[in-house]
Design a protein around this ligand. Structure first.
Ligand SMILES: Nc1ncnc2c1ncn2[C@@H]1O[C@H](COP(=O)(O)OP(=O)(O)OP(=O)(O)O)[C@@H](O)[C@H]1O
Length: 658
């Protein structure tokens, strides 16, 4: 792609972020400001102007999914060679294997599951999942077992066992890995950093290979990853990081957003550019999302026209709330619309059970993200296993045991476990009411019947039920945020000012996922372990309600200009939702030809829905195409260039709707 085309469709800030010659460069990019678009175009722009060779570029991400997406976008930008895009782990592992192989050393096995190894150790202090989280935090912070108790105390970590016992379990885990001759993902990072720091020839070879470093989501970097990044960089300035301090939500896992916020101090001479334009959400959504962070904190400027004022609904009970969300989801789903335009966002996995039940009862297809189906969650599996041990007994006799388990988890601050167990206890009571003679062994089948044993299919058109954390990086036209209660938002164990600030950012992330419609809700009572518990609204509902009241006031008088603007928008929306026929016909002809060539039905090349969406949006560049819902890395790779050619040829002068 040529220089001017790389800059097409970018605003002034984005253009500067793509073209600024500064090194090192830090791009502070707010929610919905087009991070990926900017990062990929910067790499391509530097390749085009000759200041970077693609095969010497290393672009680092935190998830495999992000790496795949970025790789596909770069591929579609038509670079001569493909840059290396990967997670810290994947790149470090590849380099280490070469390092060992070149020196004739055996390559140790890679431990795939910490939890499985921890489960095999005797006398554990904590549930394996919680222990794994502590080990990961300690490794991320480069804290060895002997310093764990002190460091965990300093950071006020909520751990359901004496810290010394956790430290012992951590040490036992390290010993067991050594005994088995395996390394885990954290070892991979640490060993790669050590090799680079101690072996000048190895460091020189890697630094020669990767001369231009780019890091996405830099606010999520932890000290161990940062050490590795510095080892890769050496003393060279060619580093570009992109991140958003207002979306830093992994402090609990060891991330340290100060690497981003102090970038200019740590790198004298660095250039910092900021992206504040938001292309995703209506000004109304952004107004609320900003209110959560506090006055003057959010710098986002809406690039979209007005939309609906978000709603805040208080329900009497959690069951009413789930039913209310389901009813609202139905209302927001006109005939022919897709369910995956909507998502329900919750703070904890434990809140999902009730929503799952309500969606199943209403026959609305749904998909869970960031959580396994109830029956596969560790707390539920453990509980069913322990109830099933020993002679069979009536379920009624086991109800108290379930309550006790949930209570224990709650007392220990394991909110997710407690929520899962409470959902299980609630379903057990439903079964007991339906069949008072049911044996304990009937519970598994009953739960499977109520919420689906395997969960709904991964693909397909479905409402997404997502935790705030798992929603990061995603967007939906309609977003329902549930359970805005003290204890969930902020989470009960967030007691320090730092933890509380992270909870605000987490809610900011959740709210900024909404494009058009945002519905917030909470319940005044919730059934936790067969007990009705009174709930207080989230403290963040105060600024949110105030912000909403301002918006509602502004919307009320509807002066004539606003009426006119609204009518114009309605007209524009109506035109936008009517797919331009000429382009659509051309896309259909291209699809038929592409399908004929490989002898598959046309819908295999591109579904009707995606085709209609491409026709509606008329994307003129690879970023815009990649942002069409349903266009994944594979489609982009296989058909991206051809699709863009068809659009360019047939879209004519028609304005591309967002
Ligand atoms: N210059 C632009 N013109 C039109 N739309 C844009 C532009 N830049 C970004 N967008 C749109 O803005 C939306 C948000 O972009 P993107 O998902 O890349 O944001 P982000 O910075 O990664 O956000 P977040 O951090 O909140 O996930 C996308 O739907 C994208 O199509």
């Amino acid at each position: 792609m040529d220089g001017p085309r790389l800059l097409a469709g970018l605003d002034a800030q984005q253009r500067r972020a793509v073209t600024d010659p500064g090194q090192p460069l830090c791009i502070l990019a707010g929610a919905g400001s087009g991070k990926t678009r900017v990062l990929t175009r910067r790499i391509a722009h530097r390749a085009t102007e000759g200041s970077a060779e693609p095969r010497h570029v290393l672009a680092l991400t935190f998830t495999r999914k992000a790496a795949t997406e970025m790789g596909a976008r770069l591929g579609a930008l038509g670079l001569r060679d493909r840059p290396t895009v990967g997670t810290f782990h994947a790149v470090a592992w590849a380099q280490l294997r070469t390092f060992w192989a070149d020196r004739g050393r055996p390559v140790p096995g890679l431990l795939e599951s910490k939890v499985r190894l921890l489960r095999s150790l005797p006398g554990r202090a904590l549930a394996p999942g919680e222990l794994a989280a502590e080990v990961e935090w300690a490794r991320a912070r480069q804290v060895p077992p002997e310093r764990y108790a002190h460091a965990a105390h300093q950071e006020d970590r909520r751990v359901a066992a004496p810290l010394e016992q956790v430290a012992e379990a951590y040490a036992a885990y390290e010993r067991e890995k050594q005994r088995r001759g395996v390394v885990d993902f954290d070892d991979v990072l640490a060993r790669c950093a050590e090799a680079l720091e101690s072996d000048p020839a190895f460091a020189a070879a890697q630094r020669w290979r990767f001369r231009h470093l780019f890091v996405d989501e830099f606010q999520d970097v932890n000290p161990l990853q940062h050490r590795l990044l510095e080892a890769w960089r050496g003393d060279r300035p060619d580093l570009c990081v992109v991140g958003d301090p207002r979306q830093a939500i992994y402090r609990w896992n060891g991330a340290d957003a100060r690497y981003l916020t102090r970038f200019a101090d740590d790198h004298p001479g660095a250039t910092v550019v900021e992206l504040t334009g938001n292309y995703r959400s209506t000004p109304q959504v952004l107004h609320l999302a900003g209110a959560v962070l506090g006055p003057g904190t959010s710098r986002l400027v809406a690039h979209r026209g007005d939309g609906e004022v978000p709603t805040i609904t208080a329900y009497a009970t959690d069951v009413d709330e789930a039913a209310g969300i389901v009813a609202a989801a139905r209302l927001a789903h006109p005939p022919g619309a897709r369910w995956d335009r909507q998502a329900v966002l919750v703070r904890t996995n434990g809140q999902m059970g009730l929503l799952e039940e309500a969606l199943v009862a209403a026959h609305i297809p749904f998909r869970l993200r960031g959580a396994d189906p109830l029956l596969q969650r560790p707390a539920v599996r453990d509980a069913l296993r322990s109830l099933g041990a020993g002679p069979e007994r009536p379920l009624r006799m086991a109800l108290d045991d379930l309550d006790a388990l949930a209570e224990e988890a709650e007392a220990a601050g394991a909110t997710d476990r407690a929520g899962d167990l409470a959902a299980l206890a609630r379903l057990a009571r439903d079964l007991d009411l339906t069949d008072p003679t049911a044996p304990t062994s009937a519970l598994r089948g009953w739960v499977g019947h109520a919420v689906g044993a395997d969960g709904p299919g991964r693909g397909g058109d479905a409402v997404e039920v997502v935790t705030f954390h798992a929603a990061k990086g995603l967007e939906w036209p309609v977003v329902h945020v549930a359970g805005l209660e003290d204890g969930y938002v902020p989470i009960r164990h967030a007691r320090t000012p730092e933890a509380e600030a992270e909870e605000r950012r987490l809610l900011h992330v959740a709210l900024t996922r909404a494009e058009d419609v945002l519905r917030l809700s909470w319940a005044a009572t919730r059934t936790l372990r067969d007990r009705e518990v009174r709930r207080r609204p989230s403290p963040y509902l105060t600024p949110l309600s105030e912000a909403r009241a301002l918006l509602a006031d502004a919307a009320r008088p509807a002066p004539p200009e606003a009426g006119l603007a609204r009518a114009r928008r309605a007209l524009a929306d109506a035109t936008a939702s009517d797919p331009p026929r000429r382009l659509r016909a051309a896309l259909e002809a291209w699809r038929a030809e592409a399908a004929r060539r490989v002898d598959v039905p046309p819908a295999v090349v591109l579904s009707d829905r995606i085709l209609a969406e491409v026709a509606r949006r008329a994307p003129t560049d690879v970023d815009a195409l990649a942002e069409v819902r349903g266009i994944g890395a594979l489609t982009l790779d296989a058909h991206g260039a051809a699709l863009l050619d068809v659009v360019r040829e047939h879209a004519g002068a028609q304005e591309a709707p967002r």
